[in-house]
Design a binder for this molecule. Structure first.
Ligand code: TYM
Length: 331
């Protein structure tokens, strides 16, 4: 049995990128006999300017959407990061394992710190240490596999480095995890700017499909997607990123291969119509189930409470072991 861990941060409404890059793999993992833990990583939402009420609202919404997408709380453990103290307890030990230099090299830190500075906002220290907390999320459960989109690859690499370093210095404590990515759509791009990732915290949302968008809104966004100059439909991520993104999305929705799908089209119009329809149909059951579940927030909170209890039971002995290994006196 493989132990799987992954998380989503409540900084915005969940997007098609989150769904195709991560959540869909979680639902598939949940059908297997593996032991899976999925977490709404709310502490990570505090690393950038935030509105407290919004973070709280988005945390519950993310949990509700994960259930709506098909996670079964009888089979997996679904919880909120801040409900389990072990994450922050372990994070400090890993800060004592990581170096300042390796954190400053993280691509997401450089991008987000650059954006915060440009907007005149201060850069929170937690933005720099964020990948260490992410490593703690993963290592506290001795997780083996971490299903994520392409953008999290570097953070999982850092997690591996920290696990190996800690184990070498203080004795075997952590399992060294590996990232897994979907075969297609591991990096869904913004429909208006196909050289940037489709991100939930983007301020301009015309190129971002949200899981809770109405069908008409999805169709409008897809039909207005930026395509590339040049005629014919070919799959070329470098030269034709807009069309390649649409083909990736279609392939992910229909189970096809993006290169083979390209051969079936002569123009962008039909491709866009097919993508819009495929996305609308993919998201329809999720949106409908979300509406049912959102009507009973107390039930969702109950799932999260039970999940935190189970998660604590796994993480506590692992983190206690790390405290002892690193040289702290047991209480
Ligand atoms: P987050 O909240 O940005 O995204 C959640 C998951 O969705 C994937 N994803 C995408 N995949 C494909 N195309 C996209 N456009 C796209 N946008 C997002 C992400 O790769 C991710 O898998 N640091 C993490 C959250 C985290 C975490 C963890 C993940 C914290 N602790 C421990 C795994 C294990 C993040 O910001 O994800």
């Amino acid at each position: 049995m493989t132990r799987i861990f992954s998380g989503v941060k409540p900084t915005g409404h969940l997007t098609l990128g989150n769904y195709l890059g991560a959540v869909r793999q979680w639902v598939a993992a949940d059908q297997k006999p593996d032991e899976a833990l999925f977490c709404v990583v709310d502490l990570h939402a505090l690393t950038v300017e935030h509105d407290p009420a919004r973070v709280r609202r988005l945390s519950r919404q993310a949990a509700t959407l994960l259930l709506a997408a098909g996670l079964d709380p009888e089979r997996c453990t679904l919880f909120v990061q801040s409900h389990v103290d072990e994450h922050t307890r372990l994070s400090y030990l890993l800060e004592c394992t990581a170096s300042d230099g390796e954190l400053r090299r993280m691509i997401q830190y450089r991008e987000k710190a650059g954006r915060a500075q440009a907007a005149g906002d201060g850069v929170r220290l937690s933005l720099l240490t964020y990948p260490v907390l992410m490593a703690a999320d993963i290592l506290a459960y001795r997780s083996e596999e971490v299903p994520v989109g392409e953008d999290q690859r570097q953070h999982v690499e850092l997690t591996r480095d920290l696990a190996v370093r800690f184990n070498q210095r203080y004795g075997p404590t952590f399992t060294v995890p590996k990232a897994t990515h979907p075969a297609v759509a591991a990096r869904v791009m913004d429909l208006q700017d196909p050289r940037s990732k489709m991100g939930k915290s983007h301020e301009v949302s015309a190129g971002v499909v949200y899981l809770l968008d109405e069908p008409a809104a999805v169709t409008k966004k897809v039909m207005r997607a930026v395509t590339d100059t040049g005629s014919g439909v070919v799959y070329d991520r470098e030269a034709r990123p807009g069309v390649a993104n649409l083909l990736d999305i279609l392939a992910a929705c229909t189970g096809g291969d993006p290169v083979e799908l390209a051969a079936g089209y002569t123009g962008y119009g039909q491709l866009k119509r097919d993508v819009a329809e495929a996305v609308v149909e993919l998201l329809r059951p999720v949106r409908e189930r979300h509406a049912e579940l959102a009507a009973d927030p107390a039930a969702v909170d109950g799932v999260l409470r039970a999940g935190a209890e189970r998660a604590r039971g796994i993480a506590r002995p692992v983190v206690d072991g790390a405290y002892e290994a690193i040289g702290l006196l047991a209480p």
